[in-house]
Design a protein around this ligand. Structure first.
Ligand SMILES: *Cc1c(COP(=O)(O)O)cnc(C)c1O
Length: 388
């Protein structure tokens, strides 16, 4: 079989070894507690499910969906952005529903990157930004996110010869994996930088509704000039615990939205319509579930940070997202410390190196496991630490 050369450029999946080891240990009957998966453990709120069930019975929704998305869904997304961020969107031209935001993130590179072009990608980051540029035949340039710079990229140090070939800059706040947030001021600087150098900004923002202490993170589109240079990807996955239903959206610059639709309309036939109906209900209905979910996550965050602190794993307290980005002890790499936790404590975490070179020296803990498991997990960590 001849496989296309572009596949050779995709790096091997870094977590293969660890994933296999977890499976082995579990098959032997070991109880492994996983802080490794960024997927809400709590169910989709029932009012949203009820709506989906009703829509599933309606034969109108059994046929090919409206590929661009139901006009009512476009409107619901625009209304939600207005309500939440004070951002006004044209529902027809500046809104595009997606089969989960990952789908749109992947396809966006095909709209902006030709062979030889560069995508500026944060390091560490969600791997899809790197992969999609690579699949499109482009190159990537890593923008380090370091603790010293509050896990924001330093735009001033991107070399001119990189900028001249750059077509796209990825940003992601609240950030996976570091848990960092960005201010509106930073977004303004990013929009200005993009305008100055004629490149597009794609802001990936699935965690704006996962926030603590009542501090709501901003949208990139609130920044002056943002809509002239960029789009924002958002999702119902993390906001309403709907990862399994696959629905998200791109909003912002009309030209980029249109380009994304032109690519997508040739590759997929839209989102199952009963799920679009459920999304309308989620966006228009009561938002109380967000506050309830965040209260639960905040308790988990505080308990976990306290134990990490006691056992000497240094971590900043995240203001948003469900991730804790902790430093591994001196003398360890992110991979061998992850293995040590797994073998000695039965705790699974994600090694930072899986998110890029700058992730070395860190592990990521996700707070998306049931409270009783989380409690067991942190007790185990404390006991493991006392044992040496
Ligand atoms: C979870 C996640 C996504 C993908 O969300 P879907 O809408 O479920 O595809 C995108 N970006 C980041 C950073 C994420 O953590």
């Amino acid at each position: 079989m001849y496989l296309a050369r572009r596949l050779d450029k995709l790096p091997p999946y870094l977590f293969v070894g660890i994933t296999r080891r977890i499976a082995e240990l579990r098959a032997r009957g070991e109880d492994i507690i996983s802080f490794a998966i960024g997927d809400p453990d709590l169910p989709t709120p029932s009012h949203i499910i009820e709506w989906m069930c009703q829509a599933a019975h309606d034969p109108v929704n059994h046929r090919y969906p409206e590929s661009k998305g139901l006009p009512e869904l476009h409107q619901a997304i625009a209304d939600w952005y207005e309500e939440r961020f004070g951002v006004t969107l044209n529902p027809d031209k500046e809104v595009l529903p997606l089969i989960g935001s990952k789908e749109g993130i992947g396809h966006m590179a095909l709209c902006l990157i030709d062979p030889g072009d560069i995508a500026l990608v944060p390091d560490p980051s969600y791997p899809v930004y790197f992969m999609s540029a690579t699949i499109a035949g482009g190159e990537t340039y890593p923008m380090p996110l370091t603790e010293g710079n509050d896990f924001l990229p330093d735009l001033d140090i991107v070399p001119d010869k990189v900028i001249s070939k750059a077509k796209l800059m990825w940003l992601n706040y609240p950030n996976n994996p570091t848990g960092a947030t960005a201010s509106l001021d930073f977004f303004g600087r990013a929009a200005h930088f993009a305008q100055e150098h004629d490149l597009a900004v794609c802001h990936d923002a699935p965690y704006t509704e996962v926030f603590f202490d009542g501090r709501k993170p901003p949208s990139f589109l609130q920044a002056p000039g943002a809509k002239e240079v960029g789009v924002e990807f958002h999702s119902l996955s993390k906001t309403y615990h709907m990862t399994g239903w696959r629905i998200g959206m791109a909003v912002g610059n009309a030209e980029m939205i249109d380009a994304l639709f032109r690519v997508k309309s040739n590759l997929d036939s839209g989102i199952p319509q009963a799920i679009q109906r459920a999304a309308i209900e989620a966006l228009h209905g009561s938002q109380d579930c967000i506050i309830e979910h965040n209260a639960i996550l905040q308790q988990r965050r505080d308990k976990t940070i306290k134990v990490l602190d006691e056992i000497g794993l240094k971590a900043r307290t995240p203001e948003a997202s469900f991730y804790i980005w902790a430093k591994v002890p001196q003398g360890y790499t992110s991979i061998n410390f992850t293995k040590k936790l797994l073998e000695e404590a039965g705790i699974a975490v994600t090694p930072g190196i899986g998110y890029g070179k700058e992730g070395e020296g860190y592990i990521r803990l996700s707070l998306t496991l049931p409270d009783d498991r989380l409690d067991q997990g942190i007790d185990r960590l404390a006991a493991w630490h006392r044992s040496f």
